[in-house]
Design a protein around this ligand. Structure first.
Ligand code: ADP
Ligand code: MG
Length: 677
């Protein structure tokens, strides 16, 4: 970035802003105005914009360009030809406006640059006719079109912005990118309605431009560097807000009291003895960290990270039992009913052996059973557990199995009142730096390696034209007494049609490839009881092959299931495939996962990379890094529950330094917290 450019943007810190648009008093309420208030936005366009999540002027102004077009060559009008986008510079001779079919309008300006004249055209922007004046100098970017020079972006007068660095917005298919550009342009004067949340002194310290200028500049930069200065400022606000939220939660927690649970006692000794294996060093380490938290009167907020099958549940139950041996309750919460049931099955077996009572509470639990479930020593459930009206007798430790589905809100609901100790479990390994960003207020324990008895799942990838090979291998293993999963594709949008697709596929396989075997089916549209029965039969070996939607993504533990076929694997995300694959490789036998995709020559580059990565490694942390490279922050797995996915401007990869800055400020300036709040 050149020094002069830096200065142009930063000069606006103290001087009157460069754009007329950015003068005036902030009027935040106008930002929430609906898009009707903008010229040229009718009902149809409004609906289309709504499909992009744009409903207000603010949404439009915060719609971030995906990139900027490169500077186009400036050419003489006499030399205009061909299909390239170019820039012409000339003077307006005259302006005319006429209606086209379908209530459209065409504005034409005759423009001359001395070499020739041409009719420059604007579609559906009738107001432009009032802005164009004879004799005015214009810089136009566009290309030769049906009616003349079809203007894509423009500068009037001496400005030199859009014509060179036209923003390209992420557009929905049904809206032309050009249209998005046009409505953003129409909204731009409203940047002056933004109130700047950053105190001037802080802005100066951090060399940040005004928010309104930053917004203006990302839509109309004079250079990419300038756009980046604007983006950074907006990213900074987001990161600061995120970090302030984290700092607040941490401060609140310090003020909340939780019961100190003292040293581990007799129940824990018996628990350890009841396990058929020795804990791994990672599990032991996590337990030591949890014990240290539980002796304090500040509520524990710890994240237990570990790949699928790494042995988190054993550790989680340890924490729950620490509550029970102190005469208190422990609760384990899962994001779905299926998962809650699975946890219940695992946990209640272990509890039974110890004489500890265990209850299941989901939305499916009949009223008459709720009271006894709630009174159990260990209560397993869905988020129904923390819904209003549900009172746990004496909760001391809560384990929240996040699986990317819990929200910050649930976490807060849980933290209210008596503030139990909370252990969050996640199976999506998140690169540590990211974990700190998202869960800045949580301590992190990591189970970095699964129990040694595990053999890594052998994974292969084939195009669907060779799918029969996968079923050949599958049936061979079934004959050897193993069991298998077939995961149905994601294609269908709704859970209902996905369920139907899974059922049909199960029937088809039962008639064809798998006619000699017992096929079962689970999906999200079944009654909990029906699903539970099918799962139980699979676990008992009464079903050989379970055809399933992604409901089996988490929690299912059948060590004898050693093969998985994932249909149309290219439609799944990397982390999701990794989760699915975690359903096999849970016993001592070698397991296999076959990813079947569309023909390999039709794969997108990123699908190919995802599948390659899965074939290459079973290490979740490595895959998380690959995922981070392939995705944008917003889509990053594990970020949905964090508020990270709301980030429009910040980019985790690019903005690590900025993030650190925001963290430092959030920590040292509690006063700022109030003003931004
Ligand atoms: P996670 O919850 O991390 O996916 P689990 O706790 O469900 O993993 O453990 C997966 C399987 O590994 C379970 O069958 C569990 O009994 C077993 N397991 C857990 N810890 C150990 C260990 N230290 N040694 C051997 N097997 C273990
Ligand atoms: Mg588990």
């Amino acid at each position: 970035m050149t020094e002069t450019r830096r200065q142009t943007a930063f000069a606006r810190l103290d001087q009157p802003p460069a754009w007329p648009a950015t003068r005036g008093r902030p009027r935040p309420q106008r930002l929430e105005a609906s898009l009707d208030s903008l010229p040229g936005v009718g009902a149809t366009l409004r609906r289309k914009l709504a499909s992009l999540g744009i409903g207000t002027v603010r949404d439009l102004l915060e719609h971030v360009p995906r990139r900027y077009e490169n500077a186009a060559d400036e050419v003489a009008i006499a030399e205009l030809h061909g299909d390239e986008e170019v820039v012409i510079v000339g003077d307006v001779l005259n302006v005319s406006k006429r209606p086209l079919r379908g209530r459209r309008t065409l504005v034409t300006a005759r423009v001359s640059d001395g070499t020739a004249t041409i009719g420059a055209t604007w579609f559906n922007q009738p107001w432009i006719a009032d802005q164009l004046k004879p004799g005015m100098r214009v810089r136009l970017r566009g290309k030769t079109g049906r009616y003349g020079f079809d203007v894509r972006s423009y500068d009037l007068g001496e400005a030199r912005a859009t014509a060179d660095f036209a923003p390209v917005y992420p557009a929905a298919e049904e809206i032309a990118a050009k249209t998005v550009r046009r409505v953003v342009e129409a909204a731009l004067p409203h940047v002056s309605d933004y109130f700047d949340p950053l105190p001037a002194a802080l802005r100066a310290d951090e060399s940040m431009p005004l928010k309104r200028d930053a917004l203006a500049v990302i839509h109309r930069p004079q250079s990419e560097d300038e756009a980046e200065i604007g983006r950074r400022r907006l990213a900074f606000d987001e990161l600061l807000l995120l970090q302030i939220g984290i700092a607040r939660r941490a401060a609140e927690r310090e003020r909340t009291l939780a019961p100190s649970l003292g040293e581990a006692g007799d129940l824990i000794v018996r628990y350890r003895k009841s396990l058929p294996f020795a804990l791994t060093p990672y599990q032991e380490q996590a337990i030591r960290e949890i014990d240290a938290d539980l002796t304090r009167t500040v509520p524990m907020q710890r994240l237990l990270q570990g790949d699928v099958g790494s042995g988190k549940t054993v550790v989680a139950l340890y924490a729950l039992l620490r509550a029970v041996e102190n005469g208190r309750q422990g609760a384990l919460m899962a994001p779905t009913e299926t998962l809650a049931e699975q946890h219940f099955n695992t946990v209640s077996d272990l509890c039974l052996a110890l004489g500890v009572s265990c209850g299941l509470l989901t939305n499916a639990t009949p009223k008459r059973d709720r009271v006894s479930a709630l009174g159990a020593d260990v209560v397993v459930g869905t988020h129904a557990l923390i819904q209003e009206g549900v009172e746990l007798r004496d909760l001391a430790v809560a384990v929240v199995d996040e699986q990317h589905r819990f929200g910050v809100e649930q976490r807060q609901a849980l933290a209210q009142g008596r503030g139990p100790h909370v252990l969050h479990m996640t199976a999506t390994p998140i690169p540590r730096t990211l974990a700190l960003t998202i869960y800045g207020d949580l301590a992190v324990s990591e189970i970095a390696k699964p129990p040694a008895s595990r053999k890594p799942v052998v994974t292969s990838h084939i195009g669907e034209e060779r799918a029969s090979e996968a079923y050949t291998r599958l049936t061979r293993l079934l004959r050897e007494g193993r069991q298998a999963y077939v995961v149905c594709p994601l294609i269908e949008q709704s859970e209902t049609s996905r369920a139907r697709a899974a059922e049909e596929e199960a029937e088809r396989l039962q008639r064809a490839e798998l006619r000699d075997f017992r096929v079962g089916c689970v999906h999200g549209r079944q009654k909990a009881a029906e699903r539970r029965t099918t799962m139980a039969r699979f676990k008992a070996g009464e079903i050989d092959v379970l055809v399933a939607t992604t409901v089996i993504e988490v929690g299912v533990d059948v060590p004898n299931a050693t093969v998985m076929i994932v249909q149309e694997a290219d439609r799944f995300g990397l982390a999701q495939l990794h989760q699915l694959r975690g359903r096999v490789g849970r016993g001592a036998e070698q397991s296999f996962c076959v990813l079947v995709s569309r023909p390999t020559e039709e794969l997108t580059e990123s699908a190919q990379k995802r599948l390659d990565a899965l074939v290459a490694t079973t290490d979740g942390f490595e895959l998380a890094e690959v995922d981070l490279d392939l995705r944008s922050t917003g889509q990053l797995l594990g970020t949905r529950q964090s508020g990270m996915s709301d980030l429009r401007f910040a980019n985790f990869k690019r903005d690590r330094a900025l993030l650190e800055q925001a963290r430092a400020i959030a920590r040292r300036s509690p006063a700022l917290l109030e003003s931004l709040g």
